[in-house]
Design a protein around this ligand. Structure first.
Ligand SMILES: [Zn+2]
Length: 339
């Protein structure tokens, strides 16, 4: 008989929250393999083992965030049906509960990247995700919500539709919006700043949380963190690590009580940080500046990690103490968009 404490499979011995985790990088290869076959998709590889290798990161082959994001192409394609989305949502949330005792999880995805360019109905995709969410919450009794991602490379009008869907489905379990995508690609974010400001305010007024991927790599420096915070007024920012190079950016995050979602392994793999020592300096700067932050997985299967591993990694390398980590998970509860 496994008792509750033994089942708490993380070294802090507490229930965990993961606030930054993407559907596209969190489904196990064997599930994606089965989903691809169910839909009769033609895959670029023939055997399961080739597929498992193809769909997860080889750190030696990743030089930039864009290399990393290229892995999403196939997972998004495989997840592009209501059946695949429902099972994916269910599998991700239940797996994080079992592997790391994650009892609060906000799962993010872009529904428009899962409808085969409009071939599948967007509402069917979102309903399917909500069905997966309902089932997993019923079975595992944790807290879970969905965050719909806008994309930096989408035209404003597409992003506006996603926000309207998030508002519409808020009572059913969509808890927030995010802005994701390449930091170096083309974007109308700057030319339509006023429109984006109004869009985010529409989401906030409807009771949704707002988070934004910004300041992950050098392509999105501290100055952009400040610009985006000014325009979008997010409750949280994803990554945001470039802010540590600017006392003004840190001051802004502190004064506006913005929580930073840190994803250690992901930042190492995309080379957003130059290794463990650099990651340690980033974390120390955040602690010293009094910034509120959380620890998250970003893409557990893509990156071969889970929240239990993130904690062990930070403790083993003495990058954070157990007390500091407990504080991060307390902030995660405080800043969660799940009410
Ligand atoms: Zn992310």
């Amino acid at each position: 008989m496994v008792n509750r404490l033994e089942a708490t499979r993380n070294s802090l011995g507490i229930e965990l929250s993961d606030l930054h985790i993407h559907l596209g990088g969190a489904v196990a290869p064997h599930i994606l393999w089965s989903l691809a076959h169910q839909q009769g998709l033609k895959l670029p590889v023939g055997s399961y083992w080739e597929f498992a290798e193809f769909i997860t990161i080889d750190p030696a082959k990743i030089n930039t965030l864009d290399d990393y994001l290229s892995y999403f192409h196939w997972t998004e394609k495989i997840q592009s049906s209501p059946e695949a989305v429902e099972r994916s949502v269910y599998e991700v949330i239940s797996k994080e509960f079992r592997s790391s005792n994650v009892t609060r999880l906000e799962l993010r995805f872009n529904p428009m990247k899962r409808n085969r360019g409009g071939e599948r109905d967007l509402d069917h995709i979102i309903h399917a995700a909500l069905r997966g969410l309902d089932r997993v919450v019923l079975e595992y009794q944790g807290k879970a919500g969905l965050i719909l991602c806008l994309d930096r490379e989408f035209a404003f009008d597409l992003n506006r539709v996603i926000v309207e869907k998030a508002v519409h489905y808020h009572p059913r379990g969509v808890v927030g919006i995010d802005l994701a995508g390449s930091e170096s690609g083309p974007s109308d974010l700057k030319s339509r700043a006023t429109d984006y400001a109004a869009l985010c305010s529409r989401a906030r007024d409807a009771g949704l949380g707002v988070t934004v991927h910004v300041g992950e790599t050098a392509a999105s420096p501290a100055a952009e963190v400040m610009e985006i915070v000014e325009v979008m007024q997010p409750h949280r920012i994803g990554h945001g690590i470039q802010a540590v190079s600017s006392p003004d950016a840190l001051k802004m995050l502190k004064e506006r009580n913005i929580c930073v979602e840190i994803c250690p392994t992901s930042n190492m793999q995309t080379h957003a940080v130059d290794g463990i020592e650099h990651l340690g300096r980033v974390l120390r700067t955040l602690v010293d500046a009094g910034i509120l932050f959380t620890i998250n997985t970003d893409n557990p299967y893509l990156s071969h990690t889970n929240l239990r591993h993130e904690i062990s990694f930070l403790l083993a390398n003495k990058l954070m103490s157990a007390a500091e980590l407990r504080q991060c998970f307390a902030w995660a509860e405080e800043f969660s968009f799940i009410r």
